[in-house]
Design a protein around this ligand. Structure first.
Ligand SMILES: *[C@@H]1O[C@H](CO)[C@@H](O)[C@H](O)[C@H]1NC(C)=O
Ligand SMILES: *[C@@H]1O[C@H](CO)[C@@H](O)[C@H](O)[C@H]1NC(C)=O
Ligand SMILES: *[C@@H]1O[C@H](CO)[C@@H](O)[C@H](O)[C@H]1NC(C)=O
Ligand SMILES: *[C@@H]1O[C@H](CO)[C@@H](O)[C@H](O)[C@H]1NC(C)=O
Ligand SMILES: *[C@@H]1O[C@H](CO)[C@@H](O)[C@H](O)[C@H]1NC(C)=O
Ligand SMILES: *[C@@H]1O[C@H](CO)[C@@H](O)[C@H](O)[C@H]1NC(C)=O
Ligand SMILES: *[C@@H]1O[C@H](CO)[C@@H](O)[C@H](O)[C@H]1NC(C)=O
Ligand SMILES: *[C@@H]1O[C@H](CO)[C@@H](O)[C@H](O)[C@H]1NC(C)=O
Ligand SMILES: *[C@@H]1O[C@H](CO)[C@@H](O)[C@H](O)[C@H]1NC(C)=O
Ligand SMILES: *[C@@H]1O[C@H](CO)[C@@H](O)[C@H](O)[C@H]1NC(C)=O
Length: 852
């Protein structure tokens, strides 16, 4: 025995070994062949592995010897017909087989079992006592031989050498290059590396693409490998080709290797999908296909059921928003990754004791929308009303009164993520309130927690929870009424907040809006995003100058952030793809591939306006005629957005950085990532604070926003263009920091001309006209949004068509109006997108303007 093992090892190392296999075991077998598992014929390997080789292909320099045989994991009591390769050089480490496929995993056989390739062409594995363990069921199908091919496929073929049966049609946990996966077939993980039993993870093709699932009722998706061409994860060394049939439905996908190394993909027992290379007889990890944006924490069992995963590895039990951790216990104190169990198990019999525990900063890997366009209370109620619901997940864009709801029926690991990702989602998990007092105590674990055994405390906390629940119910009724009202008003706030797959779908539904580029196209257009080609950065990403294949110059914006950034991305593509105007930067195309989000714009050779107006070098100073043109262009762009589109579009981030100049100093608006559309019949939208400090209109405090917020920002930009300085300039002395304050003071003293940019040499020559334009900006900065002019009026005033507009008259003629209503005394000075709680206390009276 020992010598045989030694021989086999030697054999696999030296090249004569290949010969040895050949001499002994063939890659093909003829009908009426038989193999028996006897201890005498067994080859032994480390860890108690035993093998009876059946077929072997010798392999080559770059591909391993591919074998088929009866393999036993350990203890030699359960054998499985398998395809395997050998791992290990045999010099410093031991050689051991790596199984790539197995036939009778669910039904292993014992010593003395027989494998017969019958005269009828059936391959039959029978157990020692004669029972059938497994068969190819190919008797009478003209099979004349079987072979193991170099790619790891066991094939039964007929006289014309066509495949009658092949192991590739019966996927296990390993996917080999050339192997197809059709709809309904699954790659299933093993329960552990050393067990034949099937684990909970599987990879399966559905009509929406290839996804990894964890088995549940219904199964939950934790990873999507979306169509090749955009979202699909391109392996470093391979790819998946989706095959479509005549009706263009995806019906199978084939795995193709693109390296000279033999490679295979395995769905591991932990749910990872990994690609391995066979390099110099070792198994080298080539790829670990990343699940999602949250890394290893997004694998469903990383922290067991109900476990909360932090920083990719630490596991803990769920805690309520108020720090309440009394509902869950660790399954194992030694191994936190085994997850958590409810202290009191959920019981449908006492559903009245169900509570929803709100978790802070926690996200779930799957979101399957069940209720669309609902509010958070409806979502919670729907979960409380359905016993199979185990959690309520709510995602919203701006406010909890409008969002989408998911109600998973089983909870695996949760992810602890930073605030910036959870701002728009809330996770509630269902827990069972323990029974009061003495009644039959809960069967599990209760005596392990001091809490439930100390009656008074449990009593009072229960009471408290009951009261809270009553309040929640009452509150949800009111909120439901509000929601119904709001639904009737047909807000459409759902656009940007769909899960990844749906984002793909919505991108697909934008035909002809903009060209779709591949990431590789844009990589080569920008010389791999070379630093020298960087035009700017900040906000949601960096912008690079690119040259397309046809020589066209473009600006490529690469968004850095996932999650939040995606929303901006979608808003931008949707808005910009649809509208065209000479004063709006043209969106040439976009790229959405894997986690990459890029936008391709026409190239604007003079860059953004801020460089020209804040730059103190004379070279950078613009003549009045040019400044006037720029102002008018901005006004026309905004007029188009506000008044000429099907829906009113509010840009919400007008500032010099977002105004681009072409070679002739024509100005165009860009960066529609924060834009909102307002229905014609809607007076305003309610939205979270967004935009840039210094340019925010006072009504942001109420968050009731109309297009007049843009008019305000335009007024600020107009002043900046004329005064040649930033609205908030912290390099100035304290009383000089805020341009609007100074303008207010100078306007009162009729000294506006003093603020005109001295760098523009001809500016003072046009003093009268410049000051008139400044007054127009004051009108735009009226603290009462209703009294600001529309952008079309501004255009007329700037063009000199209208000068006698009554409100304008009052502004230009009487300074006191400016005094009492122009501006808030402190311009809004908070970071956009700050938590809503920032505004939960009413703003101080001093920062609210006088009523008008
Ligand atoms: C299979 O049969 C053919 C001819 O009948 C023979 O040449 C070949 O050696 C046989 N193969 C094996 C593995 O016995
Ligand atoms: C296998 O069969 C042989 C005789 O054919 C017998 O001696 C041996 O005990 C059997 N082994 C097992 C494990 O049943
Ligand atoms: C395989 O063939 C042998 C005789 O050649 C027979 O004893 C055995 O039962 C057969 N096994 C199966 C599973 O048919
Ligand atoms: C044969 O052995 C298998 C286990 O190896 C057992 O499940 C089956 O019942 C046995 N059949 C008979 C007829 O003894
Ligand atoms: C052969 O047929 C049996 C019974 O119909 C079935 O259970 C088994 O899965 C089939 N084997 C294969 C490889 O399809
Ligand atoms: C294409 O494949 C899909 C999925 O397998 C199937 O539902 C559809 O009927 C097929 N269409 C045609 C025309 O074959
Ligand atoms: C959400 O919006 C509604 C009106 O749509 C408003 O009454 C409510 O105060 C808002 N809630 C929050 C938390 O901003
Ligand atoms: C309860 O939820 C499950 C899935 O979570 C769903 O299949 C079932 O239809 C729901 N039952 C009711 C009455 O809504
Ligand atoms: C989540 O992470 C934050 C900080 O990153 C930490 O304070 C908090 O305790 C964590 N929550 C859980 C449930 O692990
Ligand atoms: C709970 O108490 C019972 C009886 O007092 C005991 O048998 C059991 O081991 C305890 N369970 C735990 C988890 O302490």
């Amino acid at each position: 025995m020992g010598t045989k093992w030694f021989f086999h090892m030697l054999c696999l190392v030296s090249s004569s070994c290949v010969q040895a296999i050949r001499a002994d075991i063939y890659p093909t077998a003829n009908l009426s062949s038989s193999w028996k598992i006897t201890t005498g014929d067994l080859n032994y390997y480390p860890d108690g592995v035993g093998l009876i080789p059946v077929l072997a292909d010798p392999g080559s320099e770059t591909s391993p010897a591919m074998s088929c045989g009866l393999y036993s994991q350990r203890g030699l009591d359960s054998f499985v017909l398998s395809i395997y390769i050998m791992i290990g050089s045999g010099v410093n480490d031991l050689v051991s087989p790596r199984v790539l496929w197995s036939a009778n995993k669910v039904n292993p056989v014992k010593i003395n079992a027989t494998l017969n390739f019958t005269s009828e062409g059936d391959l039959v594995l029978g157990d020692a006592n004669g029972t059938l363990a497994w068969s190819t069921n190919t008797s009478g199908k003209s099979v004349i031989g079987m072979k193991i091919d170099i790619g790891g496929n066991l094939v039964l073929y007929d006289s014309s050498n066509s495949i009658v049966w092949q192991s590739f049609d019966y996927p296990t946990n390993t996917w080999l290059p050339g192997q197809h996966l059709t709809i309904g077939q699954k790659l299933v993980s093993s329960v552990s590396a050393t067990s034949w039993s099937e684990g909970p993870f599987y990879l399966s093709l559905t009509s929406s693409g290839l996804s990894a699932f964890i088995a549940a009722n219904p199964s939950q998706i934790y990873m999507k490998l979306i169509r090749k061409g955009y979202m699909f994860y391109p392996f470093k060394t391979g790819r998946l080709d989706y095959l479509v049939n005549s009706s263009h439905d995806i019906h199978e996908v084939v795995y193709e290797s693109e390296t000279e190394h033999f490679q295979y993909m395995r769905l591991e027992s932990n749910g990872h999908l990994r690609v391995y290379h066979w390099v110099e007889a070792t198994e080298a990890l080539a790829d670990d296909i990343p699940a999602t944006r949250f890394g290893t924490c997004s694998y469903p069992l990383v922290c067991g059921s109900y476990g909360v995963c932090s920083n990719g590895k630490y596991c803990s039990c769920p805690k309520g928003k108020e720090g309440d951790s009394s509902y869950f216990d660790l399954v194992s104190l030694e191994d936190h990754s085994q997850g958590c169990v409810p202290v009191t198990p959920l019981s449908c019999q006492s559903a009245q004791r169900h509570l929803l525990l709100e978790l802070d900063n926690v996200d779930y890997f799957e979101f399957v929308m069940v209720l669309a366009d609902t509010n958070v209370e409806n979502c919670k109620q729907a979960c409380l009303n359905n016993c199979s619901c185990k959690a309520a997940l709510f995602e919203y864009e701006f406010n909890v009164s409008h969002g989408n709801c998911a109600l998973p029926s089983q909870i695996f690991s949760l992810t602890n993520i930073s605030k910036q990702f959870t701002v728009h989602s809330i996770t509630f998990i269902k827990v069972q309130e323990p029974e009061l007092a003495s009644s039959k105590s809960s069967p599990t674990k209760l005596n392990s927690t001091s809490k439930s055994s100390i009656e008074p405390e449990s009593h009072s906390s229960s009471l408290k929870r009951t009261v809270i629940m009553a309040l929640i119910l009452a509150g949800s009724f009111v909120l439901a009424l509000i929601a119904i009202y709001l639904t009737c008003k047909k807000h459409n706030l759902r656009d940007a907040q769909k899960e990844d797959g749906e984002e793909e779908v919505s991108l697909d539904m934008l035909p002809n809006l903009a060209k779709r580029f591949s990431y590789d196209d844009l990589k080569s257009a920008t010389e791999n995003f070379h630093q020298c080609r960087k035009l700017g950065g900040g906000g949601f990403g960096s912008v690079f100058k690119g040259t397309l294949g046809d020589g066209a110059k473009v600006a490529v914006k690469r968004l850095d952030l996932l999650g939040q950034g995606r929303k901006e991305f979608l808003a931008e593509v949707k808005t910009m793809g649809r509208i065209h105007h000479v004063n709006l930067v043209k969106l040439v195309g976009f790229c959405a591939e894997r986690s990459h989000r890029l936008l391709v714009y026409e190239y604007m050779s003079n860059g953004s306006l801020d460089k020209w107006i804040f730059d103190r070098t004379p070279k950078g100073s613009l003549k009045w005629e040019i400044r006037k043109k720029i102002i008018l262009n901005i006004a026309k762009g905004l007029t188009y957005l506000h008044e000429d589109c099907q829906k009113r579009i509010v840009h919400l981030d007008i500032k010099p950085q977002n105004i681009l100049l072409d070679e002739d100093f024509n100005a165009k608006l860009s960066d529609f990532g924060l834009s909102k559309s307002i229905d014609k019949d809607q007076s305003h939208v309610i939205t979270q604070m967004r935009g840039t400090r210094g340019y925010l209109a006072p009504e942001w405090l109420s968050r009731k926003i109309t297009e007049k917020a843009d008019v305000y920002s335009f007024g600020v930009v107009l002043l900046e263009v004329i005064c040649g300085r930033k609205c908030m300039d912290y390099s100035q002395q304290e009383d000089n920091e805020n341009l609007l304050q100074i303008v207010k003071k100078k306007a009162q003293g009729n000294q506006l001309f003093e603020l005109i940019d001295k760098c523009g040499e001809d500016m003072l020559r046009h003093q009268e006209e410049v000051v008139k334009t400044m007054r127009t900006s004051l009108w735009c900065l009226h603290s009462d949004s209703a009294r600001r002019p529309s952008m079309s009026t501004v255009v007329k005033v700037l063009e000199g068509v209208t000068t006698t507009e009554p409100s304008l008259e009052s502004v230009t003629a009487t300074e006191p109006i400016v005094d009492s209503s122009f501006l808030v005394s402190t311009p809004i000075d908070v970071e956009p997108n700050e938590a809503v709680s920032q505004f939960s206390t009413p703003p101080r009276a001093s920062i609210l303007s006088g009523p008008r």
